[in-house]
Write a protein that binds this ligand. Sequence first.
Ligand SMILES: Cc1cc2nc3c(=O)[nH]c(=O)nc-3n(C[C@H](O)[C@H](O)[C@H](O)COP(=O)(O)OP(=O)(O)OC[C@H]3O[C@@H](n4cnc5c(N)ncnc54)[C@H](O)[C@@H]3O)c2cc1C
Length: 426
Amino acid sequence: MIAILGGGVSGISAGYHLGLRGIENTVFEKKPSWGGLCDNFTVDKKYRFDYFVHLSFGDDEYLNKVFSKSTDYNIHKPIGYNFYHGYWIKHPAQNNLASLPAEVKTKIILDFINRPDITDPKNYNEWLLAQFGDFFAKNLPGAYTRKYWTIPANQMTTDWLGPRFSLPPLEKLLKGAFEEQQENYYYIKEMRYPRKGGFKAFLQKMAAKTNIHTNKEVVLIDLKSKRIDFSDHSSVYYEQLVSSLPLPELIKRIKDVPSAVLEASKKLLNTSGQLVSLGFNRPDIPKNLWFYIYDEDILPARAYSPSLEALDNAPADKSSLQFETYFSKKKRAKLKGGALIEHIVEKGVKMGLFSNKDIEVSDYREVKYANVVFDFNRKKNVAIIHEYFDEKKISYIGRFGEWAYLWSNHCILSGKRGAEKLIIDQ
Ligand SMILES: Cc1cc2nc3c(=O)[nH]c(=O)nc-3n(C[C@H](O)[C@H](O)[C@H](O)COP(=O)(O)OP(=O)(O)OC[C@H]3O[C@@H](n4cnc5c(N)ncnc54)[C@H](O)[C@@H]3O)c2cc1C
């Protein structure tokens, strides 16, 4: 039997793709339901919220086939907004400065023109300065980095950036500063979301064909005897092992793991997420699918609207918003639980998003592993751990097995690759 640890999208993909080849496997998931970050929960039995995942925007044909086999879905235009000191700016802000006051626009434009000529940026901050100039870099992406990634931009590498940023030439930046732009400069052109059942409905077909055991929390792995012990005191023996567990969690569960590998796992940095989910007794509260918040006295980094993603996520004539706040071992959470809900409600009212009487339900929860942080410790320590896994023939998959910036679509491919690697190694 092949044991697959973790029943998120990566583990399910590995199980599904092994199953397609007729290879026996079992997915072990610690929670009572599968899905991981793609799972969802309901508040008051009527408002559905996802655990972090939002929309599908992969353009790979194979993935879209896997997803669309599972469910009907809505197609959204990806129009997001930014909140900056009382002003609403269409996303990406650098293309849409029109609504900012003249003195702020002037500073941004002057600093953009005089931006330093850094050809080989040594960190993310230098990269931001070289692209946007001092004022914009510091006050928009720089501030967002401290809120979302929990460390300053000069402590981050640039190898995760890909096509994420729009980089307008001066002419386009000026046009966007003078008048509202109709064109959408966001790098993603289409976003999809299941009509019913939350994001997880995209995974339904794969999950239905996969042998998933829930409530199975791995507590110990003995690589010599090939035995896994679970918190319910049961055990299984496996022939091969695939894991999507976060590397620090997996490493500390392996019996007699070398100290160098254990030390490497302790140096990895991830963010944890706090989700504050609000249900409103009116249908018209959220105006946009999502928005970012740059002000650092407002704790959440951004918010999404589940009820705009799909009507099915809220009762008829009602709506919802979910706020995301991040912390890590480098930045402690300032507020938790009810105190964070109160803070967000107070700030949301001030931002003009809703009034107190609009709120029907509220919910707070935390997720320990949200984002992998690309700091300067990541690469070398991940290499130490992966080398050990290769030697021990453990296949590592997914966002937290690869320890990389993977979306759900990448995770499907990661699970598929992990499964295929086992087949080749057999
Ligand atoms: C803020 C945020 C926004 C995102 N937005 C999007 C988006 O809009 N679109 C998109 O495509 N992707 C998005 N993603 C990425 C996407 O959610 C993840 O890439 C994907 O869900 C990760 O899947 P995974 O299976 O690799 O990991 P996980 O979903 O974390 O699965 C790992 C599983 O292992 C289980 N586990 C942990 N420890 C144990 C143990 N000891 N024993 C047994 N099981 C265990 C966990 O419960 C979990 O179910 C977002 C992620 C974040 C954090």
